[in-house]
Every structure is written in structure tokens, then in C-alpha cells.
Design a protein around this ligand. Structure first.
Ligand code: DC
Length: 213
């Protein structure tokens, strides 16, 4: 077994397909997977539970330090309002610092890992051997989110979802600290007109080309 962890960094906006591609990559290459959005979502959820002020860096930082990473509940944290709260607490530099080491530790444990998020290739794992930036048009991403959401609530509007995503993109890409950004050496994968099989195949071929022979 290789003694250097193999790290795949996957970044991109919400509903770009990065989570699905990341899981498939992890399964295919026998690596562990961390959806780093869950960490920010857990901080946002804990702040909402205690009626905390999401704009308060110190309170959010306290919650981030107290987080138990072994008890994250992805189904609960997937809720839309928790994603919004996550995006708000994620602008605070002390929150990002509090979550940084846990992400790096996860990445550097053998045999390596796939981490997906917003700042993995730029800040968390700048030395990752393979980096991808997965994106899609706002309209395509809103359509995907809407198709999921109407299964639970048929009255939910596509326009409202699209407006929310646009706001979230702006907050995530516009913040001063570790914004959503493509690393210079990341493969750009636009999934606007790609099915999941084609997106995975493009990602798999790129990662395979970055693996030591
Ligand atoms: O990927 P997601 O929708 O679960 O992420 C929720 C929010 O968390 C996202 O809007 C911004 C923040 N986030 C971040 O700032 N950095 C990351 N690496 C992952 C997520």
C-alpha cells in the first residue's frame, strides 16, 4: 500500500453534482469521503437550535469548536433552511479555522480521501493530487433542486429555489475568507448538459491520470 495519502479535492456551487461525483469517485478508488458542507451545516443547525445570531462570529466559533464530528446526521442537515444557515456561519474566519484541522486530518489518513466543498483545492488541501471544480448553470442547478424538492412539497416554486441559489452563490463566492473558487490546477467540469454517468467518467479519467503508476 502507498504510504502517501491520495487526496481528491472537489469544489463547486450547490447542486452542481459535486457530491454525487465525489461519492462515486471515493467508491471507485477505494478512498474515504467527506462532504465538508455537513460541518458548516452542523454549525448552522446548532446555532438555529439555540436561537443564536448567525452573524455573530464568536458564538458560531464556540459551536464549531464543540462539534462532535461522529454524530452528524446527513438527512437532518440536508434541510434547505440549514443550508442557508451554513452559508451564513461559513463567512466567519474563526468558524473556518475551527473546522480546518479536522478536514486536513480526515484527508491525510491513509489511504487518502475525497473531500468536497468550496475551498478544498484552494485552502484545505492545496497539495491534493487531483482537483476538480464542478459547476453547472444556475438554471440547471435550480431545476435539479426543484425536482428533488417537489417530491416533498409539490407547491415549492422553481423561481424561489433559483433566487435562493443565486443568493447562496453570491455569499459563498463573495466572502473575503476562503471563497468558493476554482484552484488554478483544478479540472473544470461543467455538468449543465452532462448526465451523472458522463460526469463521473470525465472525473474518473482525470483522477486516474493523476495517480502514481
Ligand atoms: O455543500 P453544502 O450545500 O452542503 O454547503 C452548505 C454551505 O456551507 C455552503 O453554502 C457554504 C458552506 N461551505 C463552505 O463554506 N465551505 C465548504 N468547504 C463547504 C461548505
Amino acid at each position: 500500500m502507498a504510504d502517501t495519502p491520495f487526496i481528491i479535492a472537489v469544489d463547486g456551487p450547490a447542486a452542481s453534482g459535486k457530491g454525487t461525483v465525489s461519492k462515486l469517485l471515493a467508491d471507485h478508488f477505494g478512498l474515504r469521503h467527506l462532504d465538508t458542507g455537513l460541518l458548516y451545516r452542523a454549525v448552522g443547525a446548532a446555532m438555529l437550535e439555540r436561537n443564536g445570531n448567525l452573524d455573530d462570529p464568536a458564538a458560531s466559533e464556540g459551536v464549531a469548536h464543540a462539534l462532535d464530528l461522529t454524530t452528524l446526521d446527513p438527512d437532518h442537515l440536508a434541510q434547505h433552511h440549514i443550508g442557508e444557515a451554513a452559508s451564513k456561519v461559513a463567512v466567519h474566519p474563526p468558524v473556518r479555522s475551527a473546522l480546518l484541522q479536522a478536514q486536513r486530518d480526515f484527508a491525510s489518513t491513509l489511504p487518502g480521501a475525497v473531500l468536497d466543498g468550496r475551498d478544498i483545492g484552494t485552502v484545505v488541501c492545496p497539495d491534493a493530487q487531483a482537483k476538480l471544480f464542478i459547476t453547472a448553470s444556475l438554471e440547471a442547478r435550480a431545476g435539479r433542486r426543484h425536482a428533488q424538492a417537489v417530491r416533498k412539497d409539490p407547491s415549492v416554486s422553481l423561481d424561489a429555489i433559483q433566487a435562493d441559489l443565486a443568493k447562496r452563490d453570491e455569499r459563498d463566492a463573495g466572502r473575503a475568507n476562503a471563497p468558493l473558487a476554482r484552484a488554478d490546477d483544478a479540472l473544470l467540469l461543467d455538468t449543465t448538459n452532462l448526465g451523472i454517468d458522463a460526469a463521473f467518467e470525465a472525473a474518473r479519467a482525470f483522477v486516474a491520470s493523476r495517480m502514481p503508476t
